[in-house]
Write a protein that binds this ligand. Structure first.
Ligand code: NAD
Ligand code: DAU
Length: 361
């Protein structure tokens, strides 16, 4: 049995990862440490396969005594570290908590792992692995003609979120080089799929469109992201954890790079098809250009050659299938949507982020 500490497992990718792991791997036990911030919810953990192999612990990755206790009590040999403040717009309005969680929190986990595995030797170090889930945003932005990001691309983070993730990546690498902590890192592009908190582009557009609210496209909408269906990311992470080389970084992406405005039009087209009788159809008439995000990265693109050739991973979902499944999931889960909005004081966030943008396109 592998004893896996998943941090941030009540959030979007972390919860999808736990569903994926319990569904596909019979020989793992999961301890899920999550602070249940606005972005985390027990709603995301309903219907887990083989639930008895999952233990939920409410608490923060910055709480060192708690983290030490979990390492010892559950003989943790694997850490998969998702917990973070993850939204760029929030990092622009409130950067401090990004430093606390993403930098200090990661540092705290690294220290606890170092103590458990290298000092107290609670498990043989050859069997241990600390996997850090990071982002392509650490590399900054690309011009139209620059080649895609790859493992060796220079770090040039441009938002407080990206800077905090870059800092955490540096700490993880330093713990491998200095202490020999067995780490791996993955830098992934934009995820989408079921259970994504509706502050992010795709679920926000789906839910606004369904409810006849404006679809707020930042600036000209020609910014480019690389989109990856969340289950594909989960599979990539597990491959890196089980087959990746210690000390290595792997770039992960979906090989899909449409401009934002095209994504929004596609969501509208899918909804027009699924709900032809809606009073809001054609949904594209709801598209509204609003003031841009300060420091908005223009283009991301990511080279997945290394993970493909070394570990045989490539995305299974096309953007077309993934988006259609995602829209369908949000339509079929209105109870999830209302519970999440209520628990997270969602209306307040929308007011704060969007009110001043109106009419500023
Ligand atoms: P999310 O915001 O949906 O979830 C974050 C989770 O972390 C929540 O459950 C929250 O309660 C928990 N959390 C926050 N602070 C905590 C703390 N101090 N202690 C314990 N738990 C805490 O984020 P996500 O989109 O699922 O992203 C997960 C990870 O993947 C992050 O590290 C993010 O940087 C990275 N990532 C995300 C994407 C993406 O497109 N969403 C892409 C690449 C990498
Ligand atoms: O690239 C990986 C990153 O992707 C992750 O590290 C982050 O955690 C994740 O949040 C995501 O960051 P983005 O800033 O790219 O995601 P977001 O969904 O916020 O925005 C996607 C694009 O859509 C971006 O160009 C901004 C734009 N956008 C977003 C919102 C919320 C809009 O035009 N309107 C909006 O209302």
């Amino acid at each position: 049995m592998r004893n896996v500490l998943v941090t941030g497992g009540a959030g979007f990718i972390g919860s999808n990862f736990i569903h994926y792991l319990l569904r596909t791997e019979p020989d793992v036990r999961v301890v899920n440490l999550d602070a249940l911030t606005y972005a985390g919810s027990l709603e995301n953990l309903k219907g887990l396969p083989d639930e008895k192999r999952h233990t939920f612990v409410e608490g923060s990755i910055t709480d060192r005594p708690l983290v030490d206790r979990l390492f010892a009590e559950y003989t943790i040999d694997t850490v998969i570290h998702f917990a973070a403040e993850s939204h760029v717009d929030r990092s622009i309005l409130d950067p401090g908590v990004f430093v606390q969680t993403n930098v200090i929190g990661t540092f705290t986990l690294l220290e606890a792992a170092r103590k458990a595995w290298l000092v107290d030797k609670l498990v043989p170090v050859e069997t241990a692995r600390f996997h850090h889930v990071s982002t392509d945003e650490v590399f900054g932005t690309l011009s139209k003609t620059e080649p895609p990001f790859e493992e060796e691309t220079r770090y040039q983070p441009r938002s407080p979120y990206a800077a905090s993730k870059a800092s955490s990546d540096h700490f993880v690498r330093a713990y491998n080089i200095t202490y020999g902590l067995p780490v791996t890192i993955s830098n992934c592009s934009n995820n989408y799929g079921p259970r994504q908190f509706p502050e992010k582009l795709i679920p926000l557009m789906i839910l606004n469109a369904v409810n006849g609210r404006p679809l707020p496209v930042y600036g000209d909408g020609m910014q480019i992201r690389d989109w990856l269906y969340v289950d594909d990311h989960c599979e990539a992470i597990w491959k890196v954890v089980t087959q990746g080389r210690v000390g290595e970084t792997y770039c992960v992406g979906g090989d899909n790079q449409p401009p934002n405005i095209e994504i929004v039009h596609t969501i509208c087209d899918i909804l027009d098809e699924l709900r032809p009788g809606s009073v809001f159809a054609p949904h594209e008439k709801l598209i509204t250009h609003v003031a841009d995000r300060p420091g908005h990265d223009r283009r991301y693109d990511i080279n997945i050659e290394k993970i493909h050739t070394e570990l045989g991973w490539s995305p299974r979902y096309s953007l077309k299938t993934g988006l259609a499944d995602t829209v369908q999931w949000y339509l079929e889960n209105p109870e999830w949507v209302s519970a999440i909005m209520e628990q997270s004081d969602y209306g307040r966030w929308v007011k704060r982020n969007y009110e001043d943008r109106k009419g500023q396109a």
